[in-house]
Design a protein around this ligand. Sequence first.
Ligand code: ATP
Length: 288
Amino acid sequence: MLYVKAPAKINLTLDVLYKRPDNFHQVEMVMTTVDLADRISLESREDGVIQIISTDNFVPTDHRNFAYQAARLIKDTYGIRQGVSITIEKEIPIAAGLAGGSSDAAATLKGLNELWELDLSIDEIAELGAKIGSDVSFCVYGGTALATGRGEIIEELPAPPNCWVVLAKPKIGVSTAEVYGGLKVEGLEHPNTKQMIRAIETKDYELLCASLGNVLETVTFKLHPEVVMLKEQMKRFGADATLMSGSGPTVFGLVDSEARVSRIYNGLRGFCEEVYAVRILGERNTLA
Ligand code: ATP
């Protein structure tokens, strides 16, 4: 049995540059992993079957599961005869903008590389991951990175300045496809990605707070006004800066003092069930 952690990501920036002829959006995103993670266990089996077991009833247990697709891809690409039982202990909220499914896929690819002794490099695993979904490559590396292309081109960044992240997810799921579908690329107010990268490189917490930006906020805000309210509450309870992650609906606040983290956490818990206080993981993963 092999255990692999699958951490959630947050977007410090999310920009859409244009819509491509292949219908994907050309994006520019600064992402970082946080210590809220699913736990994946992998057990090889002789009958060749890929089985998904999950603690969460909302997680699909068939070919729609990204971890299933990861195992299928490895089996088909490398002609592996064995099967695998994949148990997913879900901690990351689903359809939340935190890349939970993508991270499960990335962890499965890395775990199977070890379990089946394939000796793939991390770059090879990230390249495989891109075939499953745009965020999977980033999740393979973890840490902090600039993602471009449709999200699959990854440039490593140093760890951001130390701070806490309070995450809150309203009781709704958001469809990433619907949000991108509702986006009008002309006339967008773009985040300053270069300034965000400078803030990270110089470990300037104030500049990092001032550089947060996500062009998908306006689309999701229109669909789900409760997301705007949650952001405002977080700010009122004392977050230094707030942003929606991915296509939402999860909102996060950055905080540099532990005392304020408790105040924000307790305040939000009054009306929001899913609240987490976590740290930024910062550094890139190496292979286990
Ligand atoms: P992103 O931030 O990459 O847009 P997300 O956090 O918004 O992703 P996920 O939690 O990955 O969204 O789930 C999106 C959909 O993917 C869910 O509705 C679910 O049916 C499906 N899915 C497939 N595999 C998984 C998995 N391992 N865990 C959770 N959801 C999964």
